[in-house]
Ligand binder design. Structure first.
Ligand SMILES: Cc1ncc(COP(=O)(O)O)c(C=O)c1O
Length: 383
């Protein structure tokens, strides 16, 4: 295992969004989804070499980069894609919003399963579209999408389903049969799926496999926008480099015309392209070590959190984001309660469920243990 993940690196004075929120305060930041890990040495080296060249003009996503994505989809996810299906973007939140505006017309409806990463909740409204929210439900000990509820949420003017798989925040990886049910449902109602799969390289439960929604059937391929990026896995969020995979030409044209003149063309993504090439070309051993480290953190956390009376956490199938049920504590404001105890978490309300908190365990075990210790003490003092 690469023991580098255990190293505690001081992120103060680096303008870190995650750490600066609590600047000057003794609060451990376990909120926004970036990790405290240094990027893979191969990425840092590639960036250094590119910076040394000294000329940073407009840049294209070249053949080598696109081929790396094509090969990655084939090798990791048994999905055959073509380079011309790729659309490069400065971020996936941008892509979610473009998807909403290019698939549904103003006033039409977008279905969003909740709780979910909060930009999914905002995108329809920001674009003047309506949203129909459906709940993930706990059934047979796991989070499931209830197809009957989905069926009831559909209206005549529903055009798009915003899917997050692997799911942030409940950590589910949808199985083939679950995806097939969604595919059948979408075909029946002629829906397009925008499938945000940014966490697909972060499968913790090795009995699970990520299956791209678009790879399921001809219908899914022709009616989908798949979103991915190296930013979560390789901790490159500050570079703004993401891509959509849109096999259907008309849909891709609609997507591109919606972004035109508003979202920058990819020619200013030099640094992101350089990092992505290195990540996808040489980052696999590092990713495996990362997964081993995250699995260790995850297993520790599940045990420790479930050992605190009033807190409950289900094992995750993917992501480094724990979804913790704090309802038994009956707190007015769970986020503030734990902030006062010295731990900064994301409020579940932001994702659509105020009974929960989200905890980012993409950090050194040492820091995680310190945070959990503070949480346990705060709960004990409250009791
Ligand atoms: C599901 C999901 N989509 C998108 C993003 C953000 O992507 P970007 O930074 O590329 O906008 C995140 C970040 O946490 C996420 O969890």
């Amino acid at each position: 295992m690469n023991t580098g993940f255990d190293t505690v690196i001081d992120r103060s004075n680096t303008a870190s969004l995650k750490w600066d929120r609590y600047k000057g305060k003794d609060i451990i930041p376990l909120w926004v989804a970036d990790t405290d890990f240094r990027a893979a040495p191969e990425i840092i080296e590639a960036l250094g070499q590119r910076i040394d060249h000294g000329i940073f003009g407009y840049t294209v996503p070249d053949q080598e980069l696109e081929q790396l994505v094509v090969e990655r989809m084939r090798n990791l996810y048994q999905w055959k894609i073509k380079p011309q299906w790729l659309v490069w973007l400065p971020g996936l939140v941008t892509a979610l919003n473009i998807s909403v505006r290019s698939v549904a017309r103003e006033g039409e409806t977008v279905v969003v399963p909740v709780p979910v990463y909060y930009p999914f909740l905002m995108a329809p409204e920001l674009g003047g579209r309506k949203s129909a929210l459906v709940q993930w439900v706990e059934k047979d000990g796991r989070w499931q999408l209830d197809m009957e509820t989905l069926e009831h949420a559909i209206t005549e003017d529903t055009r798009l389903l915003l899917l997050c798989n692997p799911q942030n925040p409940n950590g589910r990886v949808l199985t083939r049969s679950e995806l097939e049910a969604i595919n059948q449902f979408c075909q029946k109602h002629q829906l397009v799926v925008c499938s945000d799969e940014v966490h697909c390289d972060l499968i913790l439960d090795d009995t699970c496999q990520h299956i791209p929604y678009a790879s399921l059937s001809d219908y899914a391929r022709e009616h989908s926008i798949t979103l991915m990026s190296p930013s979560k896995t390789f901790n490159l969020a500050g570079f703004g480099c993401a891509f959509a995979i849109i096999p259907n030409e008309q849909l891709r044209q609609r997507f591109n015309s919606t972004r035109k003149g508003i979202v920058p063309d990819p020619d200013n993504m030099l640094i992101g392209f350089t990092a992505t090439k290195a990540a996808y070309g040489h980052g696999e051993p590092w990713r495996r070590s990362l997964l081993a480290y995250l699995r260790g953190n995850h297993d520790y956390l599940v045990k420790a959190i479930n050992g605190i009376p009033g807190l409950r956490m289900k094992p995750l199938e993917a992501t480094y984001l724990a979804w913790i049920d704090v309802s038994a504590l009956q707190l007015d404001n769970p986020q503030t309660f734990f902030e006062q105890a010295g731990v900064g978490l994301s409020p579940g309300a932001q994702f659509g469920d105020k009974n929960y908190l989200r905890l980012n365990f993409g950090c050194s075990r040492q820091l995680l243990e310190k945070a959990v210790d503070r949480m346990a003490k705060a709960v004990a003092a409250q009791g």
